[in-house]
Design a protein around this ligand. Structure first.
Ligand SMILES: C[S@@+](CC[C@H](N)C(=O)[O-])C[C@H]1O[C@@H](n2cnc3c(N)ncnc32)[C@H](O)[C@@H]1O
Length: 231
């Protein structure tokens, strides 16, 4: 699958890259969540806040391990991913869960709305910075008022380009992000930031040895407490 008409130019390279490495990526990172108790704590808090009665999308679900973890926490969750190879693999790994091919920037186009929660776990790292405000605005529209958003990403300022991964030729950019900058973008998109976690790399992780961040945010609901404006 090459370039899809009308999509941003970076998407074809990201899709092809993850199609090429879906199997070794999955094998390498299969146990990552089991090594990261603080990540599991944030996912558990997200699950408790959202509850079992609302739809949740794992946006950029990859092999579906996080999707399955959210299901095990009681959520009604499905995954979407840009890479058909990743979606096929996630369906094989988790046949009881629903995974669809789709761009996390297109939730509205995909007819996805009224969500209780969205998780974008290490998927926004592939979105060019100029597109982040639009993607976050789309997440805001797809959530019902009071819905929750959880983001995971590596902390930093650089873009790491890979033209080889697991023995395959790829063209993948991994963007580090600054929690303060992401929080500011969330506020601009209309979110209230609930919590930020920055943790050190965990022992034996296969991920880059960098601080890792998670940000939890909420689409405000009517009737939320507003700070009073002095007369
Ligand atoms: C680093 S992997 C993380 C996968 C999964 N969230 C996890 O933590 O195991 C990034 C995933 O995001 C997907 N992705 C990247 N850009 C995307 C986009 N615009 N829309 C949907 N998925 C995207 C990739 O195909 C890949 O599967």
């Amino acid at each position: 699958m090459g370039r899809v008409v009308g999509e941003p130019p970076d998407r074809a390279a990201t899709r092809a890259g993850y199609d090429a490495i879906a199997a070794p990526y999955t094998a390498t990172f299969r146990d990552e969540l089991a090594r990261a108790p603080l990540d599991r704590a944030l996912l558990a808090a997200f699950a408790e806040l959202v509850g079992p009665d609302a739809d949740v999308v794992d946006a950029g679900s990859g092999p579906g391990g996080v999707t399955a973890h959210l299901r095990d926490l009681g959520l009604r969750v499905r995954g979407i991913d840009l890479s058909p190879g990743m979606v096929a693999l996630a369906r094989r790994e988790h046949p009881d869960l629903v995974f669809d091919v789709g761009d996390l920037a297109d939730l509205g186009v995909l007819g996805i709305s009224d969500l209780g929660g969205i998780v974008a776990w290490y998927s926004l790292i592939h979105v060019p910075p100029a597109q982040l405000p639009g993607v976050l605005a789309g997440f805001h529209r797809a959530l019902r008022p009071g819905g929750h958003l959880l983001l995971g990403f590596q902390v930093g300022d650089d873009v790491v380009h890979h033209d080889e991964a697991f023995g395959h030729r790829v063209d993948l950019d991994f963007r580090r992000l600054r929690p303060d900058a992401v929080a500011a973008l969330l506020v601009e998109a209309g979110f209230a930031v609930t919590a930020r976690l920055v943790r050190e790399p965990v022992p034996d992780s296969r991920a880059p040895a960098l601080p890792q961040a998670a940000i939890l945010a909420r689409r405000p609901a009517a009737g939320d407490h507003q700070a009073e404006t002095p007369a």
